[in-house]
Design a protein. Structure first.
Length: 250
């Protein structure tokens, strides 16, 4: 590992990272319905730093695809257990990656080669990147939906999306930023914000609250009508073979 540029390129080319998986729960049934895949790398302090460095040297797309590929391969290794429980895989992806002309075809090939089905895959559009090519991204979003993939907006309430972009994307899944979960049981403003968000989207949109860290905030979320949640109180991100065996802690 010589220079920062060389280090980042070596991490991507040699896949010197792993992916961990955090369960997403349906709160009423207390069952895991899917997993969010998260990248981890021992050579960089945080995943965000790694992606930012990759972006600065023009390698963001390559790192994004490498992480997605590894996640799908891990998921496929446990396909028997996963398919018997109808679990989905949620993948983080940058807007610029989705907008790439070849992305829908590459993703579909990865899913088919892993013997998964498109309907099992949720694409969480990362809000930390400003959308520079909205038209191109929307074109691919619509194509991916037609192919059966589900589209999610990640970290709603924190990132770059305008209301116009949100309406145009028309996501099937909304992931609310962990800010809203922290001390939710003590904050009437956050409770009102969650209620307004739930009402804004139609009944076919899944709303997932991220960052649940206490029992009190979990039960408050349930009382407000939040159906899906994830967070350290429920389960931490783990290698998939461990994440498949966690139990509900609510």
């Amino acid at each position: 590992m010589k220079t920062n540029v060389g280090m980042i390129k070596e991490i991507i080319e040699n896949q010197l990272f792993t992916n961990v998986f955090q369960p997403i729960y349906h709160l009423s049934s207390q069952k895991i319905v899917g997993y969010e895949s998260l990248l981890r790398c021992e050579f960089v302090k945080s995943p965000d730093m790694l992606f930012n460095c990759a972006n600065s040297i023009g390698c963001l797309y390559h790192l994004d695809i490498a992480s997605i590929t590894n996640s799908i391969k891990d998921f496929a290794m446990h396909s028997q257990a996963i398919n018997s429980r109808n679990l989905f895989l949620s993948l983080n992806v940058y807007p610029s990656t989705i907008a790439a002309p070849t992305f829908p075809k590459i993703l579909e090939q990865l899913v088919q080669s892993a013997s998964l089905v498109n309907q099992q895959v949720i694409l969480e559009i990362n809000e930390s990147e400003r959308i520079k090519n909205l038209d191109e991204m929307l074109q691919n979003v619509h194509l991916l939906k037609q192919k059966g993939f589900m589209i999610a907006v990640d970290d709603l309430g924190k990132g770059e999306y305008s209301l116009q972009a949100l309406i145009e994307i028309d996501p099937q899944v909304i992931k609310l930023d962990r800010y809203f979960a922290k001390d939710l049981s003590k904050s009437k403003k956050k409770q009102r914000a969650l209620l307004s968000t739930i009402r804004f989207f139609n009944e076919n949109t899944r709303v997932i609250l991220e960052g649940i860290e206490t029992k009190e905030d979990l039960w408050c979320a349930k009382s407000l009508g939040i159906l899906y949640a994830q967070g350290y109180f429920l389960a931490k991100p783990e290698p998939l073979h461990e994440a498949l065996n966690v139990k509900f802690r609510g």
